[in-house]
Design a protein around this ligand. Structure first.
Ligand code: UT7
Length: 331
């Protein structure tokens, strides 16, 4: 009997209209377009503006986009998983807010927080609900409003991050397609290098935490870079090896977009030329949980049924992983 797998049957995306270019940032902090492009590959990023506009606004748009493209009735959705590090509120879950907005009245939902690896963790767990035979239609969303936790006076972080959302629909298939395998890892000893100091239960918000700017991303860039390059390349090589995939057999690397130099090092380790690597970092920056589905959204028209895709990510935690996906339809 053939194995029941979870296949991606559609992709949606959303980025806010407002563009924050390197030239705009040059006016805010001591940096240059040349430095940012050379060190990161980023030229611009999108920012969600407006009062009371949270991550769910973008997650809802991305989700509506995939429902509309796949002609799916929201009432048929059974589960919504939202990977996010910037939920609208500590509770309720952003997934609940999205489900309510799209009319997924027969679903349950929850948020999954694994920083930049969140989408991979969510995709893997969403796929398990399908593989087990429990559900037929699962939405996996990656959405982050990073601008809500960035200090625009800190040149080491404000150049990197942007806002956006992507979503995929998972459905069952008996064909040898879909989410084939994942290697997921985490290591809490990485926390000191990349975290948000206050606003959680350890250091609830006070006037002092606000004054000390402890509600913004704290990152030791060079240390994170070192672990990122090593782990993302390792895990990508590992997933290829255990699925007997050679570099020639991988159609696309779908990497988290933290830094172009990290992406290129991973591709190099996998034996892939740049024309088989998805890049959106130049125009969206690092959108945390949204980078991987936004890559798919941008490159969907170039994907073919049966293509071997390796998704790879690294982020705060530390968290990291790679997922082998056999693409389900011609774009
Ligand atoms: O997605 C989650 C995981 N995150 C990542 O993977 C991020 C990984 N880290 C990085 O991408 C890079 O470390 C950064 C892009 C954050 C920084 O690049 P770097 O090449 O590692 O620079 P650095 O931190 O080693 O700093 C080198 C110099 C420093 O000056 P000095 O001390 O050598 O005088 C920094 O102060 O560059 C300076 N610098 C800047 N200069 C101009 C740092 N940020 C800037 C800036 N503009 N925006």
């Amino acid at each position: 009997m053939s194995k029941r797998r979870a296949v991606i049957t559609g992709v949606g995306g959303y980025v806010p209209e407002d563009i924050l270019s390197n030239q705009d940032i040059e006016k805010m902090v001591d940096t240059s377009d040349e430095w940012i492009v050379t060190r990161t590959g980023i030229k611009e990023r999108r920012i969600l503006r407006g009062k009371d506009q949270g991550t769910s606004v973008m997650g809802t748009e991305a989700t509506r986009n995939v429902l509309q493209k796949t002609n799916t009735n929201p009432e048929d959705i059974e589960l919504v998983i939202c990977a996010t590090t910037t939920p609208d509120m500590i509770f309720p879950a952003t997934a609940n807010l999205i489900a309510e907005q799209i009319g997924a009245v027969n679903s349950f939902g929850y948020d999954l927080q694994a920083a930049c690896s969140g989408f991979l963790y969510a995709l893997t767990t969403g796929a398990k609900f399908i593989e087990s035979g429990t559900y037929q239609k699962v939405l996996v969303v990656g959405a982050d409003k990073m601008s809500s936790i960035i200090n625009y006076e800190d040149r080491t972080t404000c150049i990197i991050f942007g806002d956006g959302a992507g979503a995929v629909l998972l459905e069952p298939t008996e064909e040898p397609l879909g989410v084939i395998d994942s290697v997921l890892r985490s290591d809490g000893s990485g926390a000191p290098h990349l975290h948000l100091k206050a606003g959680g239960s350890r250091r609830p918000a006070t006037i002092e935490t606000v004054m000390a700017k402890e509600h913004f991303v704290y990152q030791e860039g060079a240390a994170v870079f070192k672990y990122d390059v090593m782990h993302m390349a390792d895990v990508s090589a590992q997933i290829m090896e255990r699925n007997n995939l050679t570099g020639e057999e991988v159609a696309w690397l779908v990497p988290h977009q933290a830094n172009k130099r990290i992406i290129d090092a991973t591709a190099n380790r996998m034996g892939l030329d740049q024309d088989r690597v998805m890049y959106t970092i130049h125009k969206y920056g690092n959108t945390t949980s949204a980078t991987i589905p936004l890559n798919l959204w941008e490159y969907e028209s170039q994907l073919k049924k049966g293509d071997n895709l390796v998704f790879a990510a690294f982020g705060g935690g530390f968290t990291w992983g790679a997922t082998y996906v056999k693409w389900g339809y011609d774009g």
